[in-house]
Design a binder for this molecule. Structure first.
Ligand code: ACO
Length: 379
């Protein structure tokens, strides 16, 4: 049975930076509060669609792997903020890449979507369904955020990362993965206003609402990521001493520190991007992985642990053995078009649209009434 080596990696980060100081211009918050509670200083706001970010990250990952798009057999698009539900977004990436032979599927397990997608690709390669895959983690969260709610607005950012996975005879790639879901707590983290439960209802709702219990999510995240990490390491017979690098989901620096402390892993072994990119949901792990490679933190044969947690409440951890190559075969020269607005200008435009939508709302619902009105699902 072949292994599934990670042979290419790439990120596509929107260039527009929203700082904590920018947030303070319209929220009652401070750099000090955000940095001490979350570890975040900046996040990116995208001026292009998630599909466009995914296309660029995929091109970079394919160039890095030296794989022709025409030879790609599977595209897995991990995201909870897809540009459209139908057609699926992976098909848009397949079309733009010219990867005509590739199957194309979307995976949504929220922040864990990239890693669940990696499990999917790994299983398909190991069982011979396909010989290679592009796995993407991408989010455009800025469009969904309640920018005028300081509990939510400071936490998230946009971004995208992708990897190429290819069949290999050597023992490399995902050695073990552990997936789980604490479904009885699924109400503790959700985005209201997205999905079939909300569209074409009697009450016209133009806005989304991110609804979560931060302290409950925090506790569950630490428990879930630590438990999954221990289980994945046990499955492939390695211990924390064997782990060279941890590339975790980056929802909060304090969550990462707590998971590392529970596992007995020193923070020097943990790759952090939360300060510069904040929480990009499914994009955090592939972006942090690409950054770790760029910064020379992945060595030939490195053993990497990748734990994550997201709405659902899904959790997982993957143990990956890196191959021999830690540099790209070639580099894709493409870049995103330059943004015409600053990040703060883009955010203020979203805020203005949301305000206008709320005003147009048939029943002129308040945020609290809105939350009640859309609680249609008993689950
Ligand atoms: N600026 C200033 N004050 C703020 C801000 C802000 N941006 N946000 C909240 N506060 C205030 C609150 O109003 C509260 O004030 P009060 O005591 O007067 O009521 C006070 O700060 C403390 O708020 P807490 O909610 O207790 O703050 P906490 O230390 O729990 O941090 C946080 C909140 C960062 C959300 C934390 O709970 C967390 O990281 N949770 C897990 C991550 C998470 O839920 N992310 C979203 C889900 S996505 C995912 O990736 C899983």
């Amino acid at each position: 049975m072949p292994y599934a080596a990670i042979t290419g990696w790439g990120a596509a980060m929107p260039p527009a930076i929203l700082s904590n100081a920018d947030l303070s211009t319209f929220l009652d918050t401070s750099d000090e509060w955000i940095a001490t509670r979350t570890g975040m200083r900046e996040r990116r706001i995208s001026h292009v669609s998630g599909t466009e970010l995914a296309i660029l990250a995929s091109r970079r990952a394919l160039a890095c792997a030296g794989l022709d798009p025409a030879d790609v057999e599977l595209i897995v698009f991990g995201s909870c903020s897809n540009d459209e539900q139908v057609p699926n977004t992976a098909s848009g990436v397949q079309f733009a890449l010219g990867a005509k032979r590739a199957g194309a599927m979307d995976v949504n397990t929220a922040c864990t979507s990239f890693l669940y997608g990696l499990s999917t690709a790994n299983a398909m390669i190991r069982t011979g369904v396909v010989r290679n895959a592009v796995v993407i983690g991408v989010e455009i969260i800025a469009q969904y955020i309640d920018w005028d709610n300081r509990n939510v607005a400071v936490l998230f950012g946009d971004g995208c990362g992708a990897v190429v996975v290819q069949a290999s005879d050597r023992e490399e790639g995902v050695l073990a993965d552990q997936l789980g879901c604490i479904a009885d707590a699924r109400q503790t983290l959700r985005i209201r206003g997205m999905g079939a439960a909300y569209v074409n209802q009697d009450v016209t709702i133009g806005n989304t609402l991110i609804d979560f219990d931060g302290q409950e999510v925090f506790k569950r995240a630490v428990h879930g990521m630590a438990q999954a990490s221990a289980a994945a390491m046990a499955k492939c017979g390695v211990t924390v001493e064997d782990i060279d690098l941890v590339v975790p989901h980056q929802a909060n620096l304090r969550i990462i520190e707590a998971v590392a402390a529970r596992a007995g892993i020193p923070m020097e072994k943990v790759m952090l991007t939360v300060e510069r990119y904040a929480n990009m949901s499914s994009a955090t792990v592939p972006v942090a992985l690409a950054a770790a490679l760029d910064e020379g933190r992945v060595k030939p044969g490195s053993l990497i642990l990748m734990p994550a947690f997201g709405a659902g409440l899904t959790y997982c951890a993957h143990v990956v053995r890196w191959g021999e190559r830690v540099t790209p075969i070639s580099v894709c020269p493409d870049e995103l078009p330059p943004p015409q607005k600053t990040a703060l200008e883009m955010v203020n435009a979203i805020r203005a649209r949301k305000t206008a939508n709320a005003a147009r709302s048939e029943a002129a619902l308040s945020q609290a009434q809105f939350a009640d009105a859309v609680k249609t699902s008993p689950h």
